[in-house]
Design a protein around this ligand. Structure first.
Ligand code: ZN
Length: 159
C-alpha cells in the first residue's frame, strides 16, 4: 500500500505538469518534510485559493490512490495508514493559508474540492499509478526522471 500511496503522489504531480521529485517507499508527504520531494510544488503560493487547490490535490493523492484500491473510507485510511499525516497537513495548510477567519465548513469544502480533483487525476492516470507503484515496490526508490519515464509510457506526462 505504501508504494501505491507514493505512486499516487508522484503521478498526480506529473499529471499537473510538474516533474516529481524522487519517491521511496515509506516517505510520508507530498511536500516532503526533508524538502526533497516535489520541489515544484513548493513554488506555488498557498495563500492563493487556486494554487492551494493544486497543492492540496497533490498532497491528498496518496490517500486517493489508496482509496481507489481498497475502497476504505478516508477515516479508516487515516486511522490505520500513512494517509492521516497527509490529511492533517492538508487541513492545516488550508486553515493557515486562507485569507479569511477560521471557518471549519469552508475548510472542509476546500478539502473536498481538492480531493475530487485528486481523485479524478488518480482515476484518469490509474495505469500510470500502478506502473510506478509496481516499480517502486520492486526497487524501493525511484528518481523523478525514472517516475516520469514510467508514467509517460502510460500516458501521464509532465508538460
Ligand atoms: Zn502521502
Amino acid at each position: 500500500m505504501a508504494a501505491l500511496h507514493e505512486a499516487g503522489h508522484a503521478v498526480v504531480t506529473l499529471a499537473m505538469g510538474w516533474r516529481p521529485g524522487w519517491a521511496r517507499v515509506g516517505h510520508a508527504n507530498c511536500l516532503g518534510r526533508d524538502g526533497e520531494y516535489n520541489a515544484a510544488v513548493r513554488g506555488l503560493d498557498a495563500t492563493k485559493a487556486h494554487e492551494r487547490r493544486l497543492i492540496l490535490a497533490c498532497m491528498l493523492a496518496g490517500l486517493e490512490a489508496e482509496r481507489r484500491r481498497s475502497h476504505r473510507s478516508v477515516l479508516e485510511l487515516c486511522a490505520f495508514g500513512g494517509a492521516g499525516g497527509d490529511y492533517n497537513a492538508a487541513v492545516a495548510l488550508v486553515a493557515t493559508s486562507r485569507r479569511a477567519p477560521p471557518d471549519a465548513d469552508a475548510v472542509a469544502r476546500e478539502i473536498e474540492a481538492a480531493r475530487k480533483l485528486s481523485r479524478d487525476l488518480v482515476a484518469r492516470h490509474w495505469r500510470a499509478v500502478l506502473a510506478v507503484a509496481a516499480e517502486l515496490c520492486a526497487r524501493k526508490q525511484l528518481s523523478g526522471a525514472e517516475i516520469a519515464r514510467l508514467a509517460g509510457k502510460k500516458g501521464a506526462i509532465a508538460r
